[in-house]
Design a protein around this ligand. Structure first.
Ligand SMILES: [Zn+2]
Length: 490
């Protein structure tokens, strides 16, 4: 398996530190608002990476933090007249539930910054003792960037280049403009904790370094996040951990690309800013994931509602093919054409091999999906050519192969509607004297009879129709496009 290491700008053969095991950390959100789809892209990408590592036989330990104390949370709390803890609590819960709705697996460990103050203070003390950090008069503690000769290794920046434009802001007591805060002295009304340097709170970069060390142990195999975190956040995490413990920090750095909306940077002022929650109100998690995975995780991704609609249609087409294959397998009649069946069987194996090859090549989901889009086309051709004389085993194997590959990526196929029961013929006969044998036509007649009853305010009759249908497992779905009968999901 090869993974692109963004610290070395090369694809490298992946060799875990401990054989068969992967320790992985992905920076979580600062919980002051709902996450947007750009954030969601990062979390979905790493969910797929984690799923592929597991499918490849690795025992993966995945940790992700919640930054529940930060300037943004404090500002939001002040705006709304609430406490920082209330704001952080609300958006932590919302994050966890929207991630589940997006079919992102829960992390194995989910530390919260406010519960990790002790380990962070311990790390800061170690850094001060070793001459990598210093406490200022006002109670702030800063990391001394120039004390770390390796500084810049994650993001590829050089210390002297960083000096351009670097300055010390009002109220900061840094010795060097490049230094960054490990601990911030409390301002009145802010959440704070006791420390050897007085009441205060940890800096953002501090928490991830301390949590990686505490929950996974340094170094880890994979550290990930959005590309906007590479500098300064990841650079600073790495500097602290390496200077405190001298064990290395992360062997492979992975960064996800930016998400654009209709080719433009997403921003509230442009009106093209969407939260994950609002996207999932309109579309399935599977379609959003399918759209995202058609682009390599580290390339820019173009989101649009049209593309999402397109992904929804692709999913329905794939689900239809899987259903047709299963149906054909259970209704096979006559002697199958061996050559045609062998051709589809070879295509199933080729798709599986190509999927694996693409996923092992830096998680190239776009290539992996293309292999299965191709197989869907070949399966449809086979069904057309073979008619009812299909090879049941090959059809079933193909259906399982397609659905299984998508499941590995975390894409659940939509349930294809089941056919309406023939019992509807009897209902239509009783209601309107229908004598035909077309179940769909009978459904139309029943719906018309119900609409007529409702128009006449004959609620007893309308309810009786509904109850009769329910008895045979059929429900009426009233949609903006009209009413229809569907088999009740079991
Ligand atoms: Zn982090």
């Amino acid at each position: 398996m090869k993974i692109y290491n963004s610290a070395t700008h090369r694809k490298e053969e992946f060799r875990p530190i401990e054989e068969g095991k992967v320790r992985m950390y992905v920076c979580g959100p600062t919980v002051y608002d709902n996450i947007h789809i750009g954030n969601a892209r990062t979390f979905i990408s790493f969910d797929v990476i984690r799923r592929w590592l597991i499918a490849s036989g690795y025992e993966v330990t995945f940790a992700q933090n919640l930054t529940d104390v930060d300037d943004k949370i404090i500002n939001r709390a002040n705006e709304q007249g609430r406490t920082a803890a209330e704001v952080a609590g609300e958006f932590s819960e919302k994050f966890i539930s929207v991630m589940r709705a997006a079919n992102v697996m829960d992390p194995d460990v989910r530390p919260r910054a406010t519960k990790e103050i002790g380990p962070m203070i311990g790390m800061i003390k170690t850094l001060i003792e070793q001459g990598h950090a210093y406490a200022a008069e006002n109670g702030d503690v800063y990391f001394s960037v120039r004390s770390d000769p390796a500084y810049g290794e994650v993001s590829g920046r050089k210390v002297d280049e960083l000096m351009v434009g670097a300055r010390i802001a009002a109220g900061e007591e840094k010795r060097d403009p490049l230094d960054f805060a490990l601990w911030k002295a409390a301002k009145p009304g802010e959440p704070s904790w006791k420390s050897p340097w007085g009441e205060g709170r940890p800096g953002w970069h501090t928490e991830c370094a301390a949590m990686v060390h505490r929950y996974l142990g340094c170094p880890i195999d994979i550290h990930g996040g959005g590309s906007d975190l590479a500098f300064p956040h990841h650079e600073n995490e790495c500097a602290q951990a390496e200077c405190a413990w001298h064990e290395g920090f992360a062997n492979t750095w992975m960064h996800t690309g930016m998400l654009l909306v209709d080719g433009e940077k997403m921003s509230k002022s442009l009106g093209n800013f969407f939260t994950l929650e609002e996207v999932l109100e309109k579309h399935s998690a599977a379609a959003l994931r399918l759209l995202m995975l058609q682009t390599l995780y580290r390339s820019p991704l173009d989101f649009s509602w049209e593309r999402l609609e397109g992904a929804e249609n692709s999913l329905a087409r794939i689900a239809g093919t899987v259903k047709n294959l299963m149906w054909a397998a259970s209704h096979a009649e006559g002697e199958p054409d061996a050559a045609l069946a062998a051709k589809l069987d070879r295509a199933v194996i080729a798709a599986r091999d190509e999927f694996e090859r693409q996923m092992d090549d830096d998680f190239n989901t776009a290539g992996a999906l293309a292999a299965y889009f191709q197989l869907v086309t070949e399966a449809n051709t086979y069904l057309d050519q073979a008619g009812s004389a299909v090879d049941a085993d090959v059809c079933a194997g193909c259906a399982v192969g397609i659905a299984g590959a998508l499941t590995i990526l975390g894409i659940e196929l939509p349930k294809v509607e089941e056919e309406l029961p023939v019992g509807l013929l009897g209902v239509a006969a009783g209601l309107v004297g229908y004598t035909g044998d077309d179940v769909n036509e009978a459904a139309e007649k029943i719906l018309a009879a119900r609409a007529e009853a409702r128009a006449a305010r004959d609620w007893a009759r309308a309810d009786a129709i509904r109850d009769q249908l329910r008895d045979m497992g059929v429900v009426i779905e009233d949609t903006s496009a009209g009413s229809r009968l569907v088999v009740k999901a079991s």
